[in-house]
Design a protein around this ligand. Structure first.
Ligand code: 5GP
Length: 342
């Protein structure tokens, strides 16, 4: 739909390695023919569905393809350009720093390379403002989490505002938020914003209660907060009281089988309450989607008109971790474009 593409958009939940497009993936596969990776192993195509577990297998394959500074720089720059081409004007990219011994990639180099990709895109006048959320993979436990927080803190201070916060992600069936709480508290105390995956699968009720004591600045998914699906009223009330924005990824939840169908997604529940909801892609490469497609899907499934889509996109600005001055610039830009679109 041309309207959804032309609509200026804000993307707040995008995992770098899950966002790599088919075209970039082909280049990466060609660089490493010995791995014998086929494209069907790195993306889930339209109409297909996998369990969340199988999705995590896909990330393992992608990580084999993106294992050097050079790969990472190329992939990150391409992802940023593609978001810009789709009409995204503000992007928060998240990624987990990784060590790759065979290429000499360290966690510091990893973070620096993502920052470098963001800087290069800016120099090349790609029309998008990009920030970086350093991700903690819950599978790696509390010590690695603490180490990642320290890394994020260092770069928050030295990246001229590019590193603004942290993400908590990784297989929700592994590890417990309780063990990661001290690291997340430390992150919060040093001024890093927190975007945490919460209640992504059933049975995370206690963990979500605990994480809400921080509290996080935004929640990823929140699929199972409601008591009808195994959450609780206490969780719903706390999220509402705190007015904590939800990052909602329609296609990802359908393809990852945590939600049965688009119609049954939790978006309309929160949207009708007037709760801040931000449409996001999660992994535009793995789930073969784009942010304009997600807006289109929300429109067709839940009957949102162009005015409603506009407001949804504009409200995402205030949910971002951008500094106030940037938020004001974005608001101004949105206001200028409104008359051309509606
Ligand atoms: P990366 O951090 O390597 O740039 O992006 C891939 C990683 O993001 C995965 O290994 C996983 O830790 C995280 N991730 C991507 N999509 C999802 C998702 O839907 N749920 C969760 N919990 N983690 C995800």
């Amino acid at each position: 739909e041309p309207f959804c593409r032309a609509l200026p958009k804000v993307e707040l939940h995008a995992h770098l390695n899950g966002s790599i497009s088919v075209a970039t993936m082909e280049r990466l596969i060609a660089r490493k023919p010995h791995l014998n990776i086929k494209h069907s192993m790195t993306a889930i195509h339209k109409g297909q569905r996998r369990t969340l577990d199988e999705c995590f297998q896909v990330f393992k394959v992608i990580h084999q393809l993106v294992d050097s500074e050079e790969d990472l720089l190329m992939a990150a720059k391409a992802v940023i350009r593609e978001f810009s081409e789709d009409g995204v004007r503000y992007l928060e990219l998240r990624s987990t720093p990784r060590v790759e011994t065979n290429t000499g990639l360290t966690k510091r180099k990893y973070v620096e390379t993502v920052i470098e990709a963001i800087r290069q895109c800016k120099q090349e006048d790609v029309d998008i403002d990009v920030r970086f959320l350093v991700a903690v993979d819950r599978r790696n436990g509390p010590e690695v989490a603490m180490e990642t927080v320290k890394l994020a803190e260092d770069y928050m201070l030295s990246s001229e505002g590019i590193v603004v916060g942290m993400d908590l992600s990784g297989d929700p069936m592994v590890g417990h938020g309780k063990d990661l709480l001290p690291a997340l508290q430390k992150a919060r105390n040093c001024g890093l914003k927190l975007a945490l995956h919460m209640s992504e699968v059933p049975c995370q009720k206690e963990e979500s209660e605990l994480l809400l004591t921080l509290p996080p600045d935004r929640i990823g998914h929140g699929t199972f907060l409601h008591p009808e699906v195994g959450g609780s009223w206490s969780l719903v009330h706390k999220v509402r009281e705190g007015n904590i924005p939800l990052e909602l990824c329609l296609t990802s939840n359908i393809m990852g089988k945590t939600v049965e169908s688009y119609e049954k997604h939790h978006f309309p529940y929160w949207y009708k309450l007037g709760h801040p909801c931000v449409l996001c892609t999660d992994d535009k490469g793995v789930f073969s989607t784009s942010l304009s497609q997600e807006y289109q899907l929300a429109a067709s499934t839940f009957g949102l008109d162009q005015e409603a889509l506009w407001i949804l996109s504009q409200q995402a600005i205030s949910c971002s971790f951008a500094p106030e001055a940037i938020k004001q610039q974005l608001e101004k830009r949105w206001a200028e474009q409104r008359s051309q679109l509606l």
